[in-house]
Design a protein around this ligand. Structure first.
Ligand code: UGB
Length: 609
């Protein structure tokens, strides 16, 4: 037991130990030998307890207290929605490219100079089963651009567009990491010169794990292999709020005159197509909280945005997590639970966990709560009486639960976008994706990449390019539409209006084509593309992509996800490109250029089919 060890501790440490003893945690010191034995390990234990204490709002004492309450509620089978009736909320619905959308996009680009971005990237992505960090995965394999680079390039493009050549403000970018992702995220940034961002623009905030609990009395669970260590597990993406608050960065942003904080997740390659307009909605409607949503298929693994009205008159618009929506609906007058309506979608919009918060009210709220977010616990019980756990559990929290503590006066809204435009996460491994019910999105690396090509193809169609229809193909057991492989840099296609201004005349792109636009001032003008065309140009070069480009192009070949000879990034998507032939036009000098004058344009090699 603790005994004489106690006198060796500093006064602060003694206080911490007393707190543990007062809160039912004697067991953690039970087998401690006297001083002189295992002193290093005891020190490590006290260090760990100190860390756990300082990284939780209110410290370990608050954690244990909250845990006791939540575990008691869980044991009693208490319904977290007790007294609340769900109904379908109304929000802003945007239609890509209509007048309203364009107006919001313009407003959003203006506002971006007052914005900061926060990426939550502490999750390991167990469902995906990828061995690396998810932000290092290529969003698409035509250019191989990884998610982190893609996000940074969008933020930089917004930065430039919103300052319109004036004194450029640098948009701050925070990445929340965890022990699982921190080192590799930093390395990815450093080895790529921060993908063009100034290193001082980027702040990494590492979330700590929380203590595991072994029983309903919230006794801290010791590691079975090491009695001087408390087991820990991730606390969830909700940590982002307390981390931002305790880091002091929100105050720095406020002092610098910033107004918006935009939160987003690790693997949505479409998200930034929705950012300018959504930010425009926030600014125009003066929303304190704006969540992005897409039409949701019943049972899809994304939360449902729901209006909850309490019998006492309170009401809130909040995400109800995907595993809770069905039971909540069944218990409140929707006997069929989470099912599609006549239009083929759930009446509850799907939360894509992209939040836009107004900084002032956000700081006010966090000053009150210390960044603590409503938590939940999900123990797996061994016995019907719910007295024992199968394995230790812990409290968890979600970033979208932030509005739960807000006063009724808070302006909480949401914006619904087309899913094809705004949402294509990479979350499921090939085998699980293949089991997704027909018609529901796969949320896999396969669908994530194909969705990028689909969105870009549809956008170019919208601005008048004749883009061929897709073919349907089964890749990794998933039926997907394969559109021409069209990609562009964010600085080329930041908004609808920008894209429209870069397309002139009558152009066409065949289904088997690849088009990669890697420069800013590239104009598609009377282009007929049937093959692969890669255009790379420095910013002050103006390039016209005109004429007929025909070559053997890049063919799409299937890859078996079990084929260990193939790299993991290809196996998880089930295909790869065979770069048979292409026209690659690269301009390193300023000036006006036309690809039809490019030395290799039309050479027999490139024309051959
Ligand atoms: N994440 C962290 O940074 N830290 C953590 O401890 C855990 C995760 P998942 P989830 O929009 O698609 C969410 O695992 O939690 C990061 C919403 O809750 O990908 O199952 C992690 O790195 C749900 O309502 O998703 O579901 C990643 O960037 C729905 O909206 C992010 O948090 C769904 O996302 C999300 O983690 C969705």
């Amino acid at each position: 037991t603790l005994g004489d060890n106690f006198s060796l501790l500093s006064p602060k440490q003694q206080e911490l130990v007393k707190m543990l003893l007062d809160n039912g945690q004697e067991h953690v010191f039970r087998d401690w030998p006297g001083p002189g034995v295992d002193d290093d390990k005891k020190k490590a234990f006290i260090d760990q307890v100190t860390r756990l204490d300082s990284s939780y709002p209110g410290g370990l004492q608050a954690y244990i207290k909250n845990a006791k309450q939540l575990l008691a509620d869980s044991k009693a089978g208490k319904n977290p929605f007790d007294g609340f009736t769900p109904s379908v909320p109304t929000g802003e619905t945007l239609t890509f490219a209509d007048e309203n959308f364009i107006k919001y996009e313009e407003a959003g680009v203006q506002e971006a100079q007052k914005a900061a971005f926060v990426l939550v990237a502490g999750g390991l992505g167990e469902r995906l089963g990828y061995s690396g960090i998810k932000v290092a995965l290529p969003a698409e394999t035509t250019t191989g651009t990884c998610f982190l680079q893609h996000y940074i390039e969008y933020i930089l493009a917004l930065q430039e567009a919103s300052s319109q050549g004036k004194n450029q403000t640098q948009i701050p970018f925070v990445i929340m990491t965890s022990d699982d992702t921190h080192g590799r995220t930093l390395e990815l940034l450093e080895s790529n010169s921060y993908f063009g961002m100034q290193p001082k623009q980027v702040t990494l905030l590492k979330q700590e794990k929380v203590a595991c609990l072994e029983d309903n009395d919230a006794r801290l669970a010791l590691d079975p292999q090491n009695k001087y260590q408390i087991q820990t597990k991730p606390h969830g993406h909700g940590d982002v709020h307390s981390l931002l608050y305790s880091s002091g960065i929100l105050k720095v942003w406020n002092d610098a005159g910033l107004k918006w904080v935009l939160f987003f997740q690790d693997t949505n390659g479409l998200l930034f197509k929705a950012i300018p307009s959504a930010l425009g909605v926030s600014a125009t409607k003066q929303y304190h909280v704006n969540s992005l949503a897409v039409p949701r298929k019943a049972k899809e693994a994304i939360g449902g945005i729901t209006k909850l009205t309490h019998s006492d008159g309170r009401s809130m618009v909040i995400n109800v997590e995907y595993n809770q929506l069905d039971p909540l609906l069944r218990a409140s007058g929707y006997p069929d639970g989470d099912v599609n309506a006549e239009n083929g979608y759930s009446p509850f919009p799907g939360n894509i966990n992209q939040l836009i918060l107004e900084l002032g009210p956000y700081i006010e709220e966090l000053s009150r709560t210390g960044g603590a977010i409503k938590e939940f616990v999900n123990p797996k019980y061994k016995d019907a009486r719910k007295n024992e756990f199968k394995s230790s559990t812990r409290l968890e929290c979600m970033m979208q639960d932030y509005p739960k503590t807000l006063p009724p006066s808070a302006r909480v809204g949401f914006t619904v976008m087309d899913a094809w435009l705004a949402y294509a996460p990479v979350k499921n491994n090939a085998e699980d994706a293949a089991k997704v019910p027909k018609g529901n999105p796969y949320h896999s690396a396969t669908s994530g990449e194909m969705s990028i090509y689909r969105a870009n193809s549809r956008i170019l169609k919208q601005v008048g390019v004749q883009v061929a229809d897709p073919v349907v193909q089964v890749l990794n057991g998933q039926e997907v539409e394969v559109w021409p492989r069209i990609t562009w840099k964010p600085k080329w296609g930041l908004t609808y209006s920008r894209i429209k201004s870069k397309v002139r005349g009558k152009s066409s792109i065949s289904q088997r084509s690849t088009l990669a636009i890697k420069g800013q001032n590239i104009f598609i003008e009377n282009l007929s593309l049937d093959g692969a065309l890669i255009i790379d140009a420095v910013d002050n070069a103006e390039v016209n992509a005109s004429g007929s480009v025909q070559n053997k192009g890049w063919t799409l070949e299937t890859v078996d996800h079990k084929d260990s000879k193939e790299p993991e990034v290809l196996r998880i998507r089930g295909f790869k490109f065979n770069k048979v032939d292409q026209l690659e036009a690269k301009y390193t000098e300023p000036g006006n250029w036309n690809i039809s004058e490019y030395p290799s344009f039309g050479s027999s090699k490139f024309r051959a089919r």
